[in-house]
Design a protein around this ligand. Structure first.
Ligand code: BGC
Length: 770
C-alpha cells in the first residue's frame, strides 16, 4: 500500500500523523494509543451511520446509466470531482476523519444532498481485513487464495465471497477490494497466496464467482491488480514488457473471464508498468482493452499509491485511491489546477463521475444503508471457511495408504514451530484478524513490507485439532527448532505430523522456493527417526521437498484459514475424503523456472533523482523485464520444455479411486469432450477430471473440468465445452481471436501430466472479436 518514501513524505506533511495508515494500525496495536481514539470515533460514528442514504435518490429512472446522468446534471463541478479521489481515514487527523463511516482501507465522500452514498472501502479477498485499523474487530478468515483455488469449485468461491461480502456490509463497508486474479508466474512471488493459480481459465472462473458472491450483498467488488503485477519486487517501478497476443492469452484472459462471470463494479489498476507505461495511466489497458473491447461499464480505481499523473484520468483511470500516499493529490488539487488551466477537459470529470455513479446505482449502494453494527452469524460463517479448507487441502502423496490414520495410535507427535498456537496467513493488506483474535503477531517481513505486514498466528492450533480428532491418543508437541530433539520426540511416537511452514507476504518476494529455517534437515531427521511421518505444508507458494521420497504422506494445507487445522485433522482421520487439486505447478528445482533469477532482485535502491521522476513510491531503481514463457505460464511452460515437475498442476489424491473412460470429442465449430467418471473405490469422494487441449504446434491448455462427488460404484457423465479464446491465438494485427483449422488433441486426466485418455478432433477455423 505504501513504502518508505511515502511514509517519509507523510511525516513531513502532517506532523500529527507519523506514518501511513497500515503502519499506524500496527503502532496502535503496539502502543494502545490509537485504539482508544479509534474506538471512540467508531462509537460516535454509529449515531450518524444511517443518515448517508436517507435522502431520496436524485434520479427517478431505474436504469443506472440514466440515473447517473440525471444525478450528474444536478451536481456542481466540485461534487463531481469529489467522486474521483479517496483518502485513507487512518491518515487523516482525527478531527478531519469522515463522520458516520467505518474505518477501513479507503473512503470516498458521497453527496448527501443528492442521495449519493459515500464509498467505504475495505480489503480483501480472504475476509474483511483489518491491519490494526479497528482494534479488537475480527472477521471470519477464509483460507488463502491458493487453497480456495485448490477446490476447483466455483460454488465454494461464491459461497466464500457471499460470506465475506455480508460481513463487510455488516461492518459498514460498501466497496470491497476483493477479487485478485493475477496469475502465478513465479513461485517466489510473495503475493501468490492471495491469487487463484497459474491458469487463466481456472483463475478467471473462480475469481468471477468470488466476485459474484461478494456483490450479492449490494456491495461493489474490485477485480485486481490490472495487470501483470505478478511479482512484488520493484512493484512500484518495474515494467513487464510483453507482446499483446501473449498478454491477451494469459493474464488479460483471466481478467476477461472473471469480469464476464462476476461483473465487478470496479477494476483496480496495479502498481507496475506494462510495456513501460504505468498501468494506472495505460490507455491500452484501461481504455482500449477494458472499455472498447470488453465493454466494461464500471469504474477503474487505482491501487493505493499507484497514480503518477493527472493525465491518468484521460487514459482511463476514474478514481485515485488513498490520495495521501501518492506523490501528489493528482485527482483533487492537481486536477483542479489542470481543469482551470484547460489541460484536462471538464468533460473528463463528467465521464469518470458518471461511471462511478452508474456503478453505485447498478449495485444498489444507494438503497442499502451503511450500518456498522449488524449482527454477524460467526458460527455459520466459520463453517463456510472450514468447508472451503476441507475441499481445498491437497493430498500430494499417500504411499502404502498410510492415510487416513487409524484411531489406534497411542502417541502422536506434532512438530512445527507454532503448531501449538494456531495457523498463519499471508501478510499485507489481505490479512484478516480472525474470530478469536491473534495468539501472536511478529514482525517477520523485510524491506518495505516490514512497514505494514506482520506474521500472525490465530485460529485453531494444529495440536488442538489433532487432540480433538484423536481423543484416544496422547499428543505431544515439539517446535522443531532443535533437529535432534525433534527426532527424539518423533522416535517416541506412533505417528508424526510435521507442520512445515513458509510465510509469504505482500510487498516481498522470496529468493528461493525452499522451506526456511533448516526445516528440510529437520524433516529428514524426523523421517529417519520415524518412517510414519506425515508432512503438512503450511505455505503460500510451491516449495521444494528434498525429503519427499523419505516420507509416506504429504499434504498441502496452504494457509488454511481460521479453522483449517480442523479441516486438516478431518482429512487425517478420513472423516473428509481429500479432493483438492493443485492450481499451480510444484517445480522440482529452481532451474526449471522460465526465469532462474527473480527480476529486479539485484536492482539498486532508487536514488533521489529517480524518486523525483517516478514519484515517491519508487523503491528500487526502475527496471524492465519480460517473461520468457509469454502466455505459457506454469504447466504450459513445463509441457513445452518437457520438464518434469515435482507435482504437476491439477494433481491431488483421494482416499478412493476413479476411472475416466468413454472419452468422445466433437469438433467442427465447437470443441467439446464427453466422458464418464466412475468411483471405483470403496469411499464416497469427489474427482476433478480435467480436459486439456493441444492445438497444432502449441503446448497444452486446460479447457475445462468438473468436480463430481460420487458414491462407491457411482458413475457420472461429464461434458466440457471449450471457450475458443482458450484454444485459440490472439491475432494482434487483426485484433481478434483465431482458432486455426486443424487437428487438436484432447487429453483427459487427473492432472496436467496424469493422462487417462486422449482423442483427436478436427476443428474448423473460426474467429471472435476481442
Ligand atoms: C494492495 C491492494 C489493496 C490496497 C488497499 C495495496 O497495498 O496492493 O491490493 O487493496 O493496498 O489496502
Amino acid at each position: 500500500m505504501f513504502n518508505v518514501q511515502s511514509v517519509a513524505q507523510t511525516v513531513v506533511t502532517d506532523r500529527r500523523i507519523k506514518a501511513s495508515g497500515k503502519l499506524i494500525g500496527y503502532l496502535a496495536l503496539a502502543t494502545g494509543i490509537w485504539s482508544g481514539q479509534v474506538m471512540a470515533q467508531q462509537q460516535d460514528l454509529r449515531a450518524t451511520a444511517r443518515t448517508a442514504s436517507a435522502t431520496a435518490p436524485a434520479g427517478t429512472s431505474q436504469d443506472p446509466d440514466a440515473r447517473a446522468q440525471q444525478t450528474l446534471a444536478q451536481m456542481t463541478a466540485e461534487e463531481k470531482q469529489s467522486l474521483l479521489y479517496g483518502s485513507m481515514p487512518m491518515m487523516m487527523p482525527a478531527a478531519k476523519r469522515p463522520q458516520g463511516v467505518q474505518v477501513g482501507a479507503g473512503y470516498v465522500a458521497g453527496v448527501p444532498r443528492l442521495g449519493v452514498p459515500p464509498q467505504v472501502q475495505t480489503d480483501a479477498s480472504l475476509g474483511v481485513s483489518n491491519m490494526g485499523m479497528r482494534p479488537k474487530d475480527v472477521a471470519t478468515a477464509l483460507p488463502s487464495g491458493l487453497l480456495l483455488a485448490s477446490t476447483w469449485d466455483p460454488q465454494i468461491l461464491e459461497a466464500g465471497g457471499r460470506m465475506i461480502g455480508s460481513e463487510a456490509r455488516a461492518k459498514g463497508f460498501n466497496v470491497m477490494l476483493a477479487g485478485g486474479v493475477n496469475l502465478v508466474r513465479d513461485p517466489r512471488a510473495g503475493r501468490n497466496f492471495e491469487y487463484l493459480g497459474e491458469d487463466p481459465l481456472l483463475s478467471g472462473t473462480l475469481g468471477g464467482h468470488q466476485i459474484r458472491g461478494v456483490q450479492s450483498n449490494n456491495i461493489v467488488s474490485t477485480i485486481k491488480h490490472f495487470a501483470l503485477n505478478d511479482q512484488e519486487t520493484g512493484r512500484n517501478v518495474h515494467s513487464v514488457n510483453m507482446d499483446e497476443a501473449s498478454m491477451r492469452e494469459s493474464d488479460l484472459l483471466a481478467f476477461q473471464i472473471g469480469m464476464e462471470i462476476g461483473d465487478p463494479g470496479s477494476v483496480m489498476c496495479s502498481y507496475n508498468r506494462v510495456n513501460t507505461i504505468y498501468t494506472c495511466e495505460n490507455k491500452f489497458l484501461l481504455t482500449d482493452v477494458l472499455r472498447r473491447d470488453w465493454g466494461f461499464k464500471g469504474y477503474v480505481m487505482s491501487d493505493w499509491g499507484s497514480v503518477h499523473s493527472v493525465g491518468a484520468l484521460t487514459a482511463g483511470l476514474d478514481q485515485q485511491s488513498g490520495e495521501q500516499i501518492d506523490a501528489k493529490r493528482w485527482f483533487s488539487t492537481e486536477l483542479t489546477a489542470a481543469l482551470s488551466a484547460g489541460s484536462i477537459p471538464a468533460q473528463a470529470v463528467d465521464v469518470a463521475a458518471g461511471r462511478i455513479l452508474r456503478t453505485l446505482y447498478a449495485h444498489g449502494l444507494d438503497k442499502t444503508p451503511l450500518s456498522m453494527d449488524a449482527t454477524i452469524d460467526y458460527a455459520a460463517n466459520a463453517k463456510v471457511a472450514r468447508d472451503a479448507a476441507a475441499a481445498g487441502i491437497v493430498l500430494l502423496k499417500n504411499e502404502g495408504g498410510i492415510l487416513p490414520l487409524a484411531q489406534t495410535a497411542k502417541r502422536i507427535a506434532v512438530i512445527g514451530s507454532r503448531a501449538d498456537l494456531g495457523v498463519t496467513s499471508g501478510g499485507g493488506s489481505s490479512m484478516v484478524a480472525p474470530v478469536g483474535g491473534w495468539k501472536l503477531q511478529v514482525s517477520a517481513a523485510k524491506g518495505i513490507a516490514k512497514l505494514f505486514a506482520r506474521k500472525g498466528y490465530a485460529g485453531t492450533a494444529p495440536v488442538d485439532a489433532i487432540k480433538a480428532a484423536f481423543p484416544q491418543a496422547e499428543v505431544v508437541f515439539d517446535d522443531g527448532t532443535d533437529t535432534a530433539r525433534a527426532a527424539g520426540v518423533a522416535k517416541s511416537a506412533d505417528i508424526v505430523l510435521v507442520v512445515a511452514e513458509k510465510w509469504t507476504t505482500e510487498a516481498e518476494d522470496h529468493a528461493d522456493i525452499s522451506l526456511p529455517d533448516g526445516q528440510d534437515a529437520m524433516i529428514e531427521a524426523v523421517a529417519a527417526a520415524n518412517p510414519r511421518t506425515v508432512v503438512a505444508l503450511e505455505v503460500g507458494n510451491p516449495v521444494l521437498m528434498p525429503w519427499a521420497a523419505k516420507v509416506p504422506a504429504i499434504l498441502s494445507i496452504w494457509f488454511p484459514g481460521q479453522d483449517g487445522a480442523s479441516a486438516m485433522a478431518d482429512i487425517l482421520t478420513g472423516r473428509v475424503n481429500p479432493s483438492g487439486h493443485l492450481p499451480v505447478t510444484f517445480p522440482a528445482s529452481l532451474s526449471q523456472l522460465p526465469l532462474t533469477v527473480l527480476p529486479g532482485s539485484d536492482a539498486p535502491p532508487a536514488d533521489k533523482a529517480t524518486r523525483a521522476v517516478y514519484g515517491l513510491t519508487a523503491d528500487t531503481k526502475p527496471f524492465e523485464f519480460s517473461y520468457p514463457e509469454g502466455s505459457d505460464a506454469g504447466y504450459r511452460w513445463f509441457d513445452a520444455k518437457k520438464a518434469k515437475p515435482l507435482y504437476p498442476f491439477g494433481h491431488g489424491l483421494s482416499y478412493t479411486t476413479f476411472r475416466y473412460d468413454g472419452l468422445k470429442a466433437t469438433g467442427g465449430k465447437t470443441l467439446s469432450a464427453t466422458f464418464t467418471v466412475t468411483n471405483t473405490g470403496d469411499r464416497e469422494g469427489a474427482a476433478v477430471p480435467q480436459v486439456y487441449v493441444r492445438a497444432p504446434g502449441k503446448s497444452k491448455r486446460l479447457i475445462g473440468w468438473a468436480k463430481p462427488n460420487l458414491r462407491p460404484g457411482e458413475s457420472r457423465s461429464v461434458t466440457v465445452t471449450a471457450d475458443p479464446r482458450v484454444i485459440g491465438n490472439f491475432d494482434a494485427k487483426a485484433q481478434r481471436w483465431v482458432v486455426p483449422a486443424g487437428t487438436y488433441v484432447i487429453e483427459l486426466g487427473s492432472s496436467a501430466t496424469e493422462t487417462a485418455a486422449t482423442a483427436n478432433v478436427k476443428l474448423q477455423r473460426q474467429t471472435r472479436k476481442p
